[in-house]
Design a protein around this ligand. Structure first.
Ligand code: PLP
Length: 381
């Protein structure tokens, strides 16, 4: 039997980050000591109080289905958190998902039709492109690399790229893979264009809590944006809960109704006891502050070490990634770096921006030093 796969799925590449991690695991199985700087997850354990809340919830029998959109207490607690960020949403305007990735998938599926134009700010997180393609949409890409990955100086390019044909724009600040935090002026520029061309905007704020000396603005707080912004966030990064799979999105009620159908017919709901752990996570502050301080210290360390090797980087203000300029053939650079130096990084081309490699500094200072030293020794820096 020959299976016929849809063009929507067959034109999508597997995740580049996961492919590199698989290669690192393979080399490790052969006995190599791989410094894995490719991973997009905090290297800290989930805070104990959150683990405890998850266990308690299991013991208390919170193991059945929940309301598809998520338990009311959690949606109310998320609404309070969003209110602290300046966003006004009721619990009915929030859907709790198994991870922010699922939230993004549901939104894109609900909004994008065959041939719809979706704008991305490059370099952009790998899954946006795949999600848009799987929905049948077409991509318009705006390259921020000439502007140290900042959006404000690229607003003219954005204005040229978008039009009344643009259905959706995805903004991710702090950004994966650049760590850039967009200025208020940049976000106001986005707002003006979104209003002018009637564009819906997804604000992916998964790294909002991980920022250094700046407070990333939520796009939906800008005047004129409340009814055209869908805010996405989750628990993976801020609370080191990647494997728990817990995220959410908040937006206008009609979108929640439409996306809610997709949600209920696919995942039913996020895991019950995980949602209870999420309630505890939203009360957790000290552990988050400690993690963010550690990331900031590592950011400084990596930027200094790269500088010592004469590599000039745009110093990120958030998330835990840094883009390192490498050869034009970044794919070959990353493959060589893992094979020769046993250092795993992700090629910029996976994010739409060749000529760079993404380093994740979600690793100990010792491993970061070791990785950068090895890259230099093997002639990669
Ligand atoms: N958005 C961005 C920009 C990310 O980097 C990630 C994860 O790497 C996600 C969304 C999805 O996060 P999760 O599904 O773990 O909540």
């Amino acid at each position: 039997m020959t299976m016929e796969f849809t063009d929507r799925v067959s034109r999508v590449e597997p995740s580049a980050t996961l492919a590199i991690s698989a290669l690192a695991t393979e080399l490790e199985a052969e006995g190599a000591d791989v410094v894995d700087l490719s991973v997009g997850e905090p290297d800290f354990p989930t805070p104990e109080n959150i683990v405890g809340a998850g266990k308690d919830a299991m013991d208390a029998g919170h193991t059945g289905y929940t309301t598809s959109a998520g338990i009311l207490e959690l949606r109310e607690a998320i609404a309070d958190k969003l209110a602290d960020d300046g966003l006004d949403h009721t619990a009915d305007e929030i859907i709790v998902t198994p991870g922010a990735k699922q939230a993004l998938y549901e939104i894109v599926q609900a909004l994008v039709e065959d041939g719809d134009e979706v704008a991305l700010l490059d370099p952009a997180w790998v899954s946006y492109e795949a999600m848009v393609k799987m929905a049948g949409g077409d991509l318009t890409r705006i390259d921020l690399s000439a502007h140290e990955f900042q959006l404000e100086p690229a607003l003219d390019d954005l204005a040229t790229a978008v039009s009344d044909e643009t259905e959706l724009l995805i903004v991710n600040s702090p950004s994966n893979p650049t760590g850039a935090v967009y200025s208020d002026a940049a976000l106001e520029g986005v707002r003006d264009l979104a209003v002018e061309h009637d564009i819906t905007v997804i604000s992916d704020e998964i790294y909002k809590e991980i920022a250094y000396g700046v407070e990333p603005t939520s796009l939906g707080t800008l005047e004129g944006m409340a009814d055209r912004t869908i805010t996405v966030n989750g628990f993976s990064k801020a609370y080191s809960m990647t494997g728990w799979r817990l995220g959410y999105f908040a937006g206008p009620e009609e979108l929640i109704d439409q996306a809610g159908k997709l949600h209920s017919h696919s995942v039913s709901s996020a895991v019950n006891f995980v949602q209870h752990a999420g309630l505890e996570a939203l009360e957790t502050e000290d552990a988050v502050t400690e993690m963010v301080e550690a990331f900031e210290q590592r950011r400084d360390l990596v930027a200094d070490l790269l500088d010592d090797h004469g590599v000039d980087v745009a110093v990120p203000e958030g998330a835990f990634y840094i883009m390192v300029p490498v050869d034009d053939d970044d794919q070959a650079w990353c493959e060589g770096a893992i094979e020769d130096a046993h250092v795993a990084t992700v090629p910029g081309s996976a994010f739409g921006t060749p000529g760079y490699a993404r380093i994740s500094y979600a690793a100990s200072e010792e491993r970061l030093e070791e990785g950068i030293e090895r890259l230099a020794e093997e002639g990669y820096l």
